[in-house]
Design a protein. Structure first.
Length: 263
């Protein structure tokens, strides 16, 4: 028979020899023959909001957090605007944001969360390793930047670190930051390159300003949706654009979009 030691909050009838104190709580170890997960009572679980436009991804992350004894999911969103609304409503400890969601920029949502919900820590959970995305995330107030292929135990550990006030980055991201010396200059805003749109970025800007969706623009240009999203991100960064109205205004200013003809 195999035996396993599991931690349990101490209670009446527990011998003194089995007790010890951890962070102000008295605990002891109980010998058990059950090897399955043990869920001790958690006074204050880490409350989380999950935001990703892929339902299966949200489901997987939710199950992972719900199966952990010290996490609780208080809301789910499929876009950044909905995530912002849930954060303002629930004031969670953590918000997990995907980057490539439709609608409102996740970085803009992050900036607003950082400004209005100081008790909520922002973690970007994404597939993007691009330096530009990492820089934008850090400027928006991120406490974590984790890749979606992070193993489940490491993801939970990273989220706990963020909750304790630490910064947690995937190893690949740490390497990029060190290579670019970003860690020494996080407080310095990178100058925006306002006048260097590529031909493809101008084409994407024109289509979006005309009212096409990213998917429609991809079909017109004969490229993938991800490619259009990348061009959209780059042009909005270069021009310091944060919403559709600004995109249309700047497109007119740069003569990428003609002035509307008065009727």
């Amino acid at each position: 028979m195999n035996y396993h030691f599991v931690p349990v909050v101490a209670g009446p009838g527990i011998p003194d020899s089995s007790r010890h104190f951890v962070r102000g709580r008295e605990e002891f170890f109980m010998l058990t023959t059950k090897a399955g997960p043990f869920h001790p009572e958690v006074a204050e679980p880490i409350r989380c909001v999950i935001a990703d436009d892929h339902e299966m991804l949200r489901y997987g992350v939710r199950r992972l957090l719900q199966d952990a004894p010290d996490f609780a999911v208080v809301g789910e969103a499929s876009d950044a605007a909905e995530a912002l609304k849930l954060v303002l409503e629930h004031r969670p400890d953590l918000v997990l944001l995907d980057i490539s969601m439709p609608g409102m920029s996740s970085f803009e949502a992050g900036r607003l969360i950082e400004e209005h919900c100081t008790g909520t820590r922002i973690v970007y959970l994404t597939m993007h390793e691009d330096r530009e995305y990492v820089q934008q995330a850090l400027r928006s107030g991120a406490s974590g930047y984790l890749l979606k292929d992070t193993p489940a135990p490491l993801l939970l550990r990273a989220l706990r670190e963020v909750r304790r006030g630490e910064r947690s980055l995937s190893p690949q991201i740490q390497t990029k930051l060190k290579d670019d010396a970003i860690l020494r200059n996080q407080a310095v805003r990178v100058p925006l390159r306002r006048s260097t749109l590529t031909l493809r970025e101008r084409e994407v800007m024109k289509l979006l300003a005309e009212g096409h969706t990213v998917k429609q623009a991809a079909a017109v240009l004969g490229v993938s949706v991800k490619t259009v999203e990348a061009h959209k991100f780059n042009l909005m960064r270069k021009l310091d654009i944060h919403n559709k109205a600004q995109l249309v205004t700047v497109a007119i200013q740069k003569k990428i979009l003609p002035l509307p003809v008065p009727m």
